[in-house]
Design a binder for this molecule. Structure first.
Ligand SMILES: *Cc1c(COP(=O)(O)O)cnc(C)c1O
Length: 396
């Protein structure tokens, strides 16, 4: 591999050249079953024909138009996305390109809302310890993990962290005189696939409503059907004020979104915010296919069923190295006895040279001893079984 990249990633020794469904193929023709979906991005698998067609057709017609002008594709995507989030009260959307950028938009909405309604000095955002919200200077500040708060200071002021699940700590932290927003992942992704407890989220929503603090769900990883409902927060029966999305939203094309409900939908006005690429027509065309495919009850029910099947197979092993299993839908964390990274390495190394057809397995980690499984939604039952057999072999 080239050495001109800055040294920011610990890359495994495999170079992919193409994909199809739940499978990836490397430059030597070896095949790999994909239980990672490019970190919850390729939610419809690889080279999904309707997605390929929509991207190709849009690229051939018009691939970019700046936000001085209008695009029917972008408008259709924004309408469909807002409608998909309407059950939890979302009314308007700002389109961006990534999860971090979506969260930056959410912070601006929450701070301006608070300024307009309550005056200055009420700008703080409370987040959870162990959360993950992105890599920009502000989203790092929002990320409640000390490892991220070094080397790049000064970080953006005004973030405070509370332990997940501790209602008393949250009650103390949500100070009505200084706090604008509470930001939470319904299911924490990077820190080990940890779903929030129902009672905690319900109480948090009450506290936020009482104090007019905006409740913000970062659904960048757990949204867009990943947990078996279009938004993971639907499972809690609460109404957020802001929801952010990105990773899976356009099935592999960069896109991000910050949606707002009744309270904050009209807060951002002309020139308050912007993004050159945000709402790009190619990303919007891809996003439309994802929404049309994923946001339908029978498709979402299949995600839940496949996730339950996956979990029940792993439970059935009674494997001595499996310590705990967590997750919802096709977002699953497995705590193991050993370090996770060598298992990822073995998954790649397991791929045999064709035609000796033994495939490799692509999985992720989330913390030192947690395996993270994020298979594409279109994965077949037989592929789930095959991948889990491979995983069992990698553990032993
Ligand atoms: C990945 C992720 C982000 C950051 O998204 P980028 O597109 O990498 O900026 C933010 N929040 C959560 C929950 C994520 O999983």
């Amino acid at each position: 591999m080239t050495d001109v990249f800055m040294n920011t990633y610990h890359r495994l020794p495999v170079t992919f050249s193409r994909g199809e469904g739940a499978w990836l193929f490397d430059t030597g023709g070896k095949k790999y079953l994909d239980f990672s979906s490019g970190i919850a991005v390729n939610c419809l698998g690889h080279a999904y024909p309707p997605l390929v067609k929509a991207i190709a057709e849009q690229a051939a017609r018009l691939n970019h138009v700046c936000n001085y002008y209008q695009s029917n594709t972008t408008a259709a995507f924004a309408e469909k996305l807002t409608a998909a989030c309407a059950p939890v009260g979302m009314k308007r959307v700002f389109l961006a390109n990534s999860g971090a950028e979506a969260n930056e938009g959410a912070f601006k909405i929450a701070r301006k809302y608070s300024l307009v309604r309550h005056g200055p000095n009420r700008h703080r955002i409370v987040t959870l310890k162990g959360g993950f919200h992105g890599r920009t200077v502000t989203t790092l500040a929002a990320t409640g993990q000390d490892v991220f708060h070094k080397d790049f200071g000064p970080f953006t002021e005004g973030f405070a962290y509370v332990p997940a699940g501790d209602i008393e700590a949250l009650d103390r932290a949500l100070d009505a005189d200084t706090v604008a927003g509470f930001l939470v992942e319904a299911v924490q992704g990077e820190s080990g696939i940890r779903p929030q407890e129902s009672a905690y989220i319900r109480r948090a929503a009450e506290l936020c409503a009482e104090r007019d603090i905006l409740l913000i769900f970062d659904e960048v990883q757990c949204g867009v059907g990943r947990t078996g409902s279009f938004l993971a927060c639907e499972a809690y029966g609460v109404k957020p004020d802001i929801v952010t999305l990105a990773k899976g939203l356009a099935g592999g094309i960069p896109v991000g979104a910050a949606l707002a409900g009744e309270k904050a939908a009209d807060i951002l006005q002309i020139s308050d915010h912007g993004s050159t690429f945000g709402g790009n027509p190619v990303a919007a065309a891809a996003g439309l296919v994802v929404l049309e495919t994923v946001n339908c009850p029978s498709f979402l029910a299949e995600i839940t069923r496949k996730g339950e099947k996956l979990q029940s197979v792993v439970r059935g092993w009674g494997h001595p190295k499996v310590r705990e299993l967590r997750g919802r839908g096709l977002m699953i964390g497995i705590d193991i006895e050993d370090e996770a990274w060598p298992i990822l390495e073995r998954g790649v190394a397991a791929a045999g040279t064709p035609p000796a057809a033994n495939p490799g397995l692509l999985i992720l980690s989330a913390g030192q001893k947690t395996l993270r499984l994020l298979p594409p939604y279109i994965i077949a039952d037989t592929e789930i079984e095959e991948g889990l057999e491979l995983l069992r072999g990698l553990l032993s």
